[in-house]
Design a protein around this ligand. Structure first.
Ligand code: AGP
Length: 609
C-alpha cells in the first residue's frame, strides 16, 4: 500500500518527510519521492527502489523549504521506475500530487487531457490529478481541488502542494486512510500514524469524502461539496509497532480483514460501465486465440497452487475445456505434453517464486503463451509473461497468504467469465448474473467477520490436537487443501486435506476419538455424499466442524459445530469458505504462541528451487 507524508511548519520539510516515509516502509513499496516548495519553485526528487536510494540521490543537496509532500509507491499502474514514482507534477510544475489508491477512470481522463494539450511523463493513473488541477486552476486552490475530485472515480487519498500557496497543503480522502497530525506551529498529513508519533500524538482522522486544508496553525475540514465538517482531534494510544498494524496484533489478521477491500480494488476498476465484458488491461490474447484454446495448464506453488485447483473446477465448468493444474516444481520436470493452442496460467503473489518462474520459462521455451496472475507490479513473472493480471490486494506482509489468495480466485473467475463469453459457453445474461454476485462478495466476506469470536473458540478444538483433517468434495476439496496449509504453516500442527470420498480408502484409519475434522459442505449437489463421509468419521469419534451455507440444516444435524456462510452462487463459494479457515488457523497459532507473521522455516517468497 502506498505511503503519504506531508509537512508544513518551522522545520526543514525534506528530513521530516524522509523520516516519516521510513516509518511507513512496512506498508511495502518499490519507489519513493518527495516534492518541496523551495522558495519560488517545487523541487521534486524521486527514485525507484528503497528510501535509501532517494536519500543517496539528495544527499548533497536536500531541497530547502519547510512545506512539502512525500510518497512511497506500491505500483499498481505502471511498473516501478523513477518516472512512475510520486509525487507527480502538471505540465508547468505548479502542482505536486502524491496519491494512494486507484483512479479507475484514469485512461479516459488521460486521453481527454492529452487532447487538451497536456504532456504526460509517467504510466501512472495518479498523474491525471496534477494535470486536472492545472486544467481547472483559477487561483483558488481549494475550489480547484474540489473541482478535480468531481472527475475522479475510484479510491484515493491524496495531498496537493501548489507553487502559489506556500501557506497550505490540501488533502482529500476516499477509501484510503489519511491522518492529520497536529503539532505546535506545524502540521502533518500521513497515511498512517507511525509517521507522526515521534512528533505528535494528537491527530484528526480524515473520513471518506472529506477535504482538509492544512495550514501551519490551522486545519479546516469540509466535505467534497465544501460544507464544513466538525472533526474532533483524538489522542493516539498506539505505540509505533501497533500503529504499523493499524491496531491489529498481527499483519496476518490485518490482511484477512483487508480482503473485502482487496476484492473491491481488484474487481471494480475492471468493470466496464456498459456490457458484461471486463476491461482486462494487460491481457492481450485475442478473441480468436481464446476461441482456439484446447487446454489450459495452471502452475503455482503452495497457496497459489490451491487457487489454481479452484480455477480448474471453475474453468472446466464454464469454459468446457480441459484444465491441468501442476505444482510448478513438478511441471518443469515432467516433460509436460503441451500443444500450440494450450495456454499456461502462472499464479504467484510475489512474482518471484523460483519454481513458478522456472515453470513459466519451460512453457515459454515450448512456444506457449503464458498469462501471469500476480500481486507485485514489475515482478519477475510480470516481465516474462505474455499476459498480465494484477491482483490489487496491496502488499501482503504476513508469510501466510490470505488476501492475495482471495484475489487470485477472483482473477480466475474474471478471466473465465471473459473467456466463456468470447467462446460462447456463457451468455451475457448469465455473465451479468455472476458479475452481480462477484460485486456482492466484499460485503459477504465482511459479514463473515461477525462470527470471528466463534472461530476463535473453535480454534481451541484444534490447538491441542496432534492432527487436524480437512475434507470436502468438488470445489470444497481445493479449499480444504488451502485450509490445511494455513493451519499447519502458522500453528505447526500436522494437518491434511482429503477429498471426502477418499478418506475410506486408507486415511480413515487415523481417525480416533476426538480427532478434529473440518468438513466443508457447500456444494448442494454432492452435499449428501459429503454428509455420509462425515457420518463415517463421526462413527469413529471424530469431532467435526462443518462449514456450510446458511439454511443447510442437514449439515448442522450431522456435525458437532457448524459455521454458516452467507449464500452466494455455488461456484463462488470458495471465496467465502476459506475465510473461517484462515481465522481458525490464525487463532490456533496465536493460542499456541506461534510467530504468526513469520512462521519458522518459511519465507514470504521462495526465490530458490
Ligand atoms: C502460502 O500461505 C505460503 N506462504 C506459500 O505456500 C506461498 O503460497 C507459495 O510459496 C507461493 O508463493 P507465491 O504466490 O509468491 O509464488
Amino acid at each position: 500500500m502506498c505511503g503519504i507524508v506531508a509537512y508544513l511548519g518551522e522545520r526543514a520539510a525534506a528530513p521530516v518527510i524522509l523520516n516519516g516515509l521510513k516509518r511507513l516502509e512496512y506498508r511495502g513499496y518499490d519507489s519513493a519521492g518527495l516534492a518541496v516548495l523551495d522558495r519560488e519553485s517545487i523541487v521534486v526528487k524521486k527514485s525507484k527502489g528503497k528510501i535509501a536510494s532517494l536519500e543517496e540521490l539528495i544527499q548533497d543537496n536536500y531541497p530547502g523549504g519547510n512545506i512539502g509532500i512525500g510518497h512511497t509507491r506500491w505500483a499498481t499502474h505502471g511498473r516501478p521506475s523513477d518516472a512512475n514514482a510520486h509525487p507527480h507534477l502538471d505540465c508547468e510544475g505548479y502542482f505536486a500530487v502524491a496519491h494512494n489508491g486507484i483512479i479507475e477512470n484514469y485512461l479516459q481522463l488521460r486521453e481527454w487531457l492529452i487532447k487538451k494539450g497536456h504532456k504526460f511523463t509517467s504510466e501512472t493513473d495518479t498523474e491525471v490529478i496534477p494535470h486536472l488541477l492545472e486544467h481547472f486552476y483559477t487561483g483558488d486552490l481549494v475550489a480547484t481541488v474540489q473541482k478535480a475530485l468531481q472527475h475522479l472515480e475510484g479510491s484515493y487519498s491524496l495531498v496537493v502542494l501548489c507553487k502559489d500557496h506556500p501557506e497550505m497543503i490540501v488533502a482529500a480522502r476516499k477509501n484510503s486512510s489519511l491522518v492529520i497530525g497536529l503539532g505546535r506551529g506545524e502540521n502533518f498529513v500521513v497515511s498512517d500514524v507511525p509517521a507522526i508519533l515521534e512528533y505528535t500524538k494528537n491527530a484528526i482522522i480524515l473520513d471518506n469524502g472529506e477535504i482538509a486544508v492544512v495550514r501551519r496553525d490551522q486545519v479546516e475540514v469540509t466535505n467534497f461539496a465544501g460544507e464544513p465538517v466538525d472533526k474532533q482531534p483524538i489522542e493516539i494510544q498506539w505505540d509505533p509497532i501497533q500503529a504499523e498494524k493499524e491496531g491489529y496484533e498481527h499483519f496476518m489478521l490485518k490482511e484477512i480483514h483487508e480482503q473485502p477491500k482487496a476484492l473491491k480494488d481488484t474487481l471494480y476498476p475492471r468493470l466496464e460501465k456498459k456490457g458484461t465484458l471486463f476491461n482486462l488491461e494487460g491481457i492481450t490474447i485475442s478473441p480468436e486465440e481464446v476461441k482456439k484454446l484446447e487446454k489450459i495448464v495452471i502452475v503455482g506453488c503452495g497457496t497459489a497452487y490451491h487457487a489454481g485447483l479452484v480455477g480448474k473446477y471453475v474453468i472446466e465448468k464454464l469454459l468446457r475445456i480441459p484444465v491441468e493444474v501442476d505444482i510448478a516444481s513438478e511441471f518443469r520436470y515432467r516433460n509436460p505434453i503441451l500443444k500450440e493452442n494450450d495456454l499456461v496460467i502462472a499464479i504467484s503473489q510475489s512474482g518471484e517464486t523460483a519454481d513458478t518462474l522456472a515453470a513459466l520459462n519451460e512453457a515459454k521455451s515450448r512456444g506457449l503463451r503464458v498469462l501471469a496472475i500476480t500481486n507485485v507490479v514489475g515482478s519477475s513473472i510480470s516481465r516474462y509473461a505474455d499476459d498480465l493480471f494484477y491482483t490489487w490486494a496491496g502488499p501482503e506482509i504476513a508469510v501466510a497468504s490470505t488476501k492475495a489468495y482471495l484475489t487470485q480466485l477472483l482473477a480466475l473467475y474474471i478471466i473465465t467469465i471473459q473467456f466463456a463469453q468470447i467462446r460462447g459457453t456463457m451468455s451475457a445474461e448469465e455473465a451479468a448474473e455472476l458479475i452481480e454476485e462477484l460485486k456482492r462478495l466484499p460485503e459477504l466476506v465482511q459479514q463473515i467477520f461477525a462470527e470471528e469470536e466463534k472461530f476463535k473458540q473453535l480454534a481451541e478444538i484444534c490447538s491441542d490436537a496432534s492432527s487436524v483433517f480437512f475434507i470436502g468434495r468438488g470445489l470444497d476439496y481445493p479449499v480444504a487443501l488451502e485450509g490445511s496449509l494455513k493451519l499447519k504453516e502458522i500453528s505447526y500442527i500436522h494437518a491434511e486435506a482429503y477429498a471426502a470420498g477418499e478418506l475410506k480408502h486408507g486415511t480413515i484409519a487415523l481417525i480416533e476419538e476426538g480427532t478434529p475434522i473440518i468438513a466443508l459442505v457447500t456444494q448442494k449437489e454432492i452435499m449428501d455424499k459429503t454428509l455420509s463421509n462425515v457420518k463415517e468419521v463421526n462413527a469413529r469419534g471424530a469431532r467435526v466442524i462443518g462449514v456450510t451455507l446458511e439454511g443447510s440444516e442437514d449439515v448442522e444435524k450431522t456435525v458437532d459445530q457448524v459455521i454458516y456462510l452467507p449464500v452466494t452462487s455455488q461456484i463462488l463459494t470458495p471465496i467465502l469458505t476459506v475465510v473461517p479457515l484462515q481465522l481458525i488457523a490464525y487463532y490456533t497459532a496465536v493460542s499456541r504462541g506461534c510467530d504468526v507473521d513469520k512462521p519458522r522455516n518459511l519465507a514470504k517468497s521462495v526465490t530458490v528451487e
